[in-house]
Write a protein that binds this ligand. Structure first.
Ligand code: C2E
Ligand code: MG
Ligand code: MG
Ligand code: MG
Length: 288
């Protein structure tokens, strides 16, 4: 980060000595934003995948696609940071398109190898207002010739709740493509599941801020267990994110949560390592 600030200062005329933290931060963010445009063109972005595992059978049931940016000077830029920047600057569309291409390409490669793993792509709030998004996705399905079941979408609860009426239309059109839709970061957006189930969604991902402390905090445990129960009553698949210990896994298994994702299973990894990881995981599972 210090290097980034230094570079930003040089870029803004060389003499600038920012004494105010905010101004420094602003300059750094501006410089990064310009870099992001170049990053997309120069393939500095990479597709990482984090496995999703069925809790009952321990089988790999898919993966989430997560973007990584390896900056040539500054190294890895934290994902949440440049996603937020891109959203604020209104430049998330090219990033989303890059991720979609990467995800279709990876899913196609798995499919060719006989591996039918669905890959879930994150959409941001802005994507939901992109009038060309659906046609672009439809075009990719026909170009790659893969089944709709192999690409899924995750939308955060807060993105959806920012304008439920407008989102409903986009979600309905996405759903016409026969893809599965996940509500991401559930529990952080102050909505109710009974409201969300009016949307054409298939699954809910409980936010990691409730899952991680559920074995030491009874309020978190209560939120997780009631979300699982209500989700099931509404016919939704329930995914827990941030499963980072055996204790959390065991508790989720007892609560009949469907799917787990988190560091206890695996950290996100470069997409090309996923197949080898999965073989190792299944061998390990057989021994238990
Ligand atoms: P998310 O969609 O909720 O993704 C889960 C995040 O939690 C990922 O962070 C993942 O690495 C992290 N995570 C998973 N399991 C654990 C765990 O057990 N412990 C901890 N501490 N963390 C865990 P990441 O990759 O840094 O992404 C952060 C957020 O950035 C994502 O949250 C998503 O909202 C957004 N994002 C990532 N890739 C994309 C993308 O391609 N497009 C869009 N629009 N957003 C993206
Ligand atoms: Mg997600
Ligand atoms: Mg999430
Ligand atoms: Mg999250």
């Amino acid at each position: 980060a210090n290097v980034a600030m230094h570079q930003a200062n040089l870029a803004s005329g060389g003499y600038a000595m920012y004494t105010e933290g905010q101004e420094q931060e602003h300059t750094r963010r501006l410089a990064l934003m310009g870099d992001l445009h170049r990053a997309i063109k120069n393939s500095e972005l990479r597709l990482f995948c984090q496995p999703k595992v069925d809790i009952q059978s321990r089988r790999v049931c898919g993966a989430e696609a997560l973007v990584r940016w390896q900056h040539p000077q500054h190294g890895n830029i934290p994902t949440f940071e440049f996603i937020q920047l891109a959203e604020e600057a209104g430049t998330i569309t090219p990033l989303t398109n890059w991720m979609l291409e990467a995800a279709f390409s990876q899913t196609y490669a798995w499919h060719e190898a006989g591996l039918e793993w669905p890959l879930a792509v994150n959409l941001s709030g802005h994507d939901l207002y992109d009038p060309r998004l659906i046609e672009r996705i439809r075009g990719m399905f026909s170009t790659w010739g893969i089944a709709p079941s192999l690409i899924q979408f995750e939308l955060t609860e807060s993105a959806v709740m920012a304008n439920p009426t407008a989102c409903l239309e986009t979600l309905a059109r996405l759903k016409q493509l026969d893809v599965k839709l996940f509500i991401d970061d559930y529990g952080t957006g102050y909505s109710s599941l009974s409201y969300l189930q009016k949307l054409p969604i298939d699954a809910v991902k409980i936010d990691q801020s409730f899952v991680m402390p559920m074995v030491i905090n009874s309020n978190s445990a209560m939120i997780v267990s009631s979300t699982i129960e209500l989700g099931h009553n509404l016919g939704l698949t329930v995914v827990a994110e941030g499963v980072d210990s055996q204790a959390v896994w065991d508790r989720l298994a007892a609560l009949k949560c469907d799917v787990a994702q988190g560091y206890h299973i695996s950290m996100p990894m470069p997409a090309e390592q996923f197949q080898a990881w999965s073989s190792a995981w299944s061998q390990g599972s057989h021994c238990q």
